[in-house]
Write a protein that binds this ligand. Structure first.
Ligand code: GUN
Length: 297
């Protein structure tokens, strides 16, 4: 029998722990604050940001939402980031990606105070992660690590194959799996669009993380017997539904399930963890900035 991972259950447990941290901080006079900045008309981005704001409210974190017209120049976004950097009631800043084409993403990430960079995308935080001294682990790969731990999937000595090399998921995921310590020590391979014979790599994986952004690209023929399959993909594909689309992962679930021992569904797998880990990083940021200790889940 294949185990289907329940991401909502794990996320709720972590969020309960984060909520306790938020209470500890508030009782010490520090209300954790997260600012989200949206500079996009994209429906999916709007949905993600509003889900993040809603979770803040549920966990006792104060959410501040900022929208900037995507036609505005880069300076409008940079000025807003500068204000948020200087505002002591804001402990975490998240600029929803992607930003418009006329803005250089790297300039945005560098602009955010690294102590408030709850995405973990600032070069200083990326460097710390690679060096094995992470301050803010990027939310989605950190969530994958939490799921693997929750389902007792041993990473030490495992063959881990990450499909996708994005800055948001693929690269930090590989960096987490390869580091010393708990949730790491895996023999880690990163595959991508230029990989020769992708299936030959994925079939060897004990832990296969699909994060390529290609709908249902991983099927049973690419999954080794007994593997743990983690699907990070959230792809909108046209469908005859009320909304006109449905969400599918990078894994063909029904097919891959035939070989996998453990597998995440989409939705309800990795997705809920991304928000939980953002909340985790926000209370961690508030704790680091205030000096009030918290017991992170
Ligand atoms: N867009 C898609 N995923 C993310 C994320 O984790 N953080 C930010 N800031 N933008 C995203």
């Amino acid at each position: 029998m294949t185990t289907v991972i329940d991401g909502n259950e794990t996320a709720e447990r972590i969020e309960a722990g984060v909520s306790t941290c938020a209470t500890t901080l508030r009782e010490a006079g520090v209300t954790p604050g997260l600012a989200t900045v949206l500079m996009s008309d994209d429906g999916a981005s709007e949905t993600y940001v509003s889900m993040k704001q809603q979770t803040c409210e549920e966990l006792g974190i104060r959410g501040y939402h900022h929208e900037i017209d995507p036609e505005e120049p880069a300076s409008a976004l940079f000025d807003r980031i500068d204000e948020l950097n200087a505002d002591p009631s804001i402990h975490g800043i998240l600029v929803q990606m992607p930003v418009p084409d006329h803005i250089d993403k790297a300039d945005v990430l560098k602009r955010i105070d690294p102590m408030k960079d709850v995405d973990g995308f600032h070069p200083e935080n990326v460097g710390r992660l690679v060096a094995g001294n992470a301050r803010f682990k990027p939310c989605t790969p950190h969530g994958v690590q939490k799921l693997l731990a929750a389902y007792d999937v041993e990473t030490e000595g495992a063959e881990a194959v990450v499909v996708g090399r994005s800055d948001i998921v693929g690269k930090p995921m590989a960096n987490l799996l390869v580091q010393y310590g708990e949730g790491g020590n895996a023999t880690t391979t990163v595959c991508h669009s230029r990989t020769d014979d992708l299936a030959a790599h994925t079939r060897e994986a004990d832990i296969l993380v699909a994060a390529a952004g290609v709908p249902e690209m991983i099927d049973a023929s690419m999954v080794g017997e007994g593997a743990t399959v983690i699907d990070v993909g959230i792809n909108r594909v046209d469908a005859d539904t009320e909304k006109g689309y449905e969400l599918v992962g990078d894994v063909d679930f029904e097919s891959a399930k035939q070989n996998a021992d453990i597998i995440t569904p989409v939705p309800g797998g990795v997705g809920p963890l991304t928000i939980a880990m953002l909340m985790y990083n926000t209370v961690k940021a508030a704790s680091l900035q205030s000096g009030v200790p918290v017991d992170l889940p």
